[in-house]
Design a protein around this ligand. Structure first.
Ligand SMILES: [Zn+2]
Length: 447
């Protein structure tokens, strides 16, 4: 009998479904969405009803670009703090990047070490990307079979010595191997020769740092990447796109049928080079936050669908590594807990809806990673939700963040969108900022 196992009915006058935003009752059974019914549907006997009124119910966010750094650099971030920050920010699934932890996720043995560390600490669901290094082509297929979602590589120095970049020949070798088993290669695309040719000045001036990571470095690397993907019939994904100049190239490749997708990040879409104070290295990341005019072009790329998803690239470090010198400070922006309100604040200002935000931050990343149980409120998916008060605002107080290090480029900003509660497989894991004990699972590809 339908509905007999329903344990929870979550009701709202604004549920974000694939068919639009509408009043609905979401029936949950066994941690899964059983159906999305009319708001006043008859509640099955024994089911608990939670009516959130006019607060919006959206699918939990899927953040496919998070550096958890645990084990090895857990003082930068760790699975306990990162997944608490995720939950508090409405992110119910995160995929961990293969570098900045020790060991990096470049062999099956290393993956197991990371999974063992994460298992008891995960407040949200956690999966792993593998890493493609110059010397580990033979490890790629076993890693894929062990459940990683794809492979990350760099084309320029990564910032940590245990994760070297690939040259063009090594890139082709890894790409061919990964394409051979139908995997996905995700790429930090900045061209090393263009970086080497750019003026390098140390000090606190943001303009100097920006000049050291020119748009051309991204544009050239992306052009090479697309050419290789076309030649090898491979699937590639451009990480953290900052240079909007590369959008026409990517759009053209997509039209041609090249297997390329692209993400951008909240900081490129909500912060501008013009507003970065000198010495404020909490704004440093690579590629860098660029000018307002570039940001407008990135939003156009989101609006026309060239950019597939928006993910955090949460890459924290300890406070002492964020010195006043842009050249030597650690490059990375912490935003796991703030991505949703940061993006929603700018999206609403530019006339976009919460459906767009869901497409960019939940459905899009879920599709990228092949997470078919995540990313939408519809029957058969996991009952992962964010309940959001989109008209309410708050001012970012770093002391209120769950990140291990509370350095943030968003300090003092007033943002729209207050997360009232977060739900993972039908269980409320955050209620008004209070977190439950960890119930996240470790995800493997195709599970
Ligand atoms: Zn990253």
């Amino acid at each position: 009998m339908p509905g007999v196992d329903v344990k929870l009915v979550l009701r709202s006058t604004r549920v974000v479904t694939p068919e639009g935003i509408r009043a609905a009752a979401v029936f949950v059974a066994g941690g899964e969405i059983e159906g999305v019914l009319p708001y006043d549907a008859v509640v099955p006997a024994g089911a608990r009803v939670v009516d959130v009124g006019g607060d919006v119910v959206m699918p939990g966010l899927v953040d496919t670009h998070v550096h958890v750094n645990d084990p090895g650099r857990a003082e930068w971030e760790g699975f306990w703090t990162a997944t608490r920050a995720a939950a508090a920010g409405g992110v119910t699934t995160l995929l961990d990047m293969p570098l900045n932890s020790l060991p990096p996720t470049t062999t099956v043995g290393n993956l197991r070490v990371k999974q063992d560390v994460a298992r008891s600490k995960a407040h949200v669901d956690v999966g792993f990307w593998g890493g493609a290094l110059p010397g580990n082509v033979k490890d790629l297929r076993p890693l894929y079979e062990a459940g990683v979602f794809g492979f990350k590589c760099f084309l320029s120095p990564s910032g940590v010595e245990e994760f070297p970049e690939l040259d063009q020949e090594q890139l082709a070798r890894s790409m061919a191997e990964i394409a051979g088993f139908g995997g996905l290669l995700i790429v930090h695309a900045e061209d090393p020769e263009h970086l080497a040719g750019a003026p390098q000045r140390s000090g606190g001036k943001y303009a100097d740092f920006l000049a050291s990571r020119p748009r051309d470095a991204e544009n050239a690397a992306i052009a090479h990447l697309i050419a290789q993907a076309r030649r090898l019939g491979a699937r590639v994904h451009v990480l953290h796109l900052s240079s909007a100049d590369a959008l026409p190239l990517i759009a053209e490749a997509k039209r041609e049928g090249v297997g390329v997708s692209v993400e951008s990040c909240p900081h490129f879409l909500t912060l501008t080079a013009e507003e970065v104070p000198d010495g404020a290295t909490e704004f440093k990341c690579c590629p860098p936050i660029r000018e307002a005019v570039n940001q407008d072009a990135l939003w156009a790329g989101l609006a026309d669908g060239t950019i597939d998803c928006v993910v955090s690239d949460h890459s924290p470090c300890t406070t002492d590594l964020k010195t006043g010198d842009f050249a030597s400070a650690w490059g990375g922006i912490s935003s796991l807990q703030l991505g949703l309100p940061a993006m929603w604040t700018e999206a609403r200002r530019r006339g976009h809806s919460l459906e767009d935000v869901v497409r960019w931050m939940s459905a899009g990343p879920a599709a990228l990673a092949g997470l078919s149980r995540k990313g939408a409120i519809e029957a058969g998916r996991d009952a992962d939700f964010v309940v959001l008060a989109p008209e309410e605002s708050f001012t970012v107080d770093p002391a209120g963040l769950q990140h291990r290090n509370q350095v943030t480029a968003y300090a003092g900003k007033t943002l729209h969108g207050v997360v009232r509660s977060t739900w993972l497989r039908g269980t409320r894991i955050v209620a008004d900022g209070v977190l439950a004990e960890p119930t996240g699972r470790l995800l493997e590809r195709n599970h």
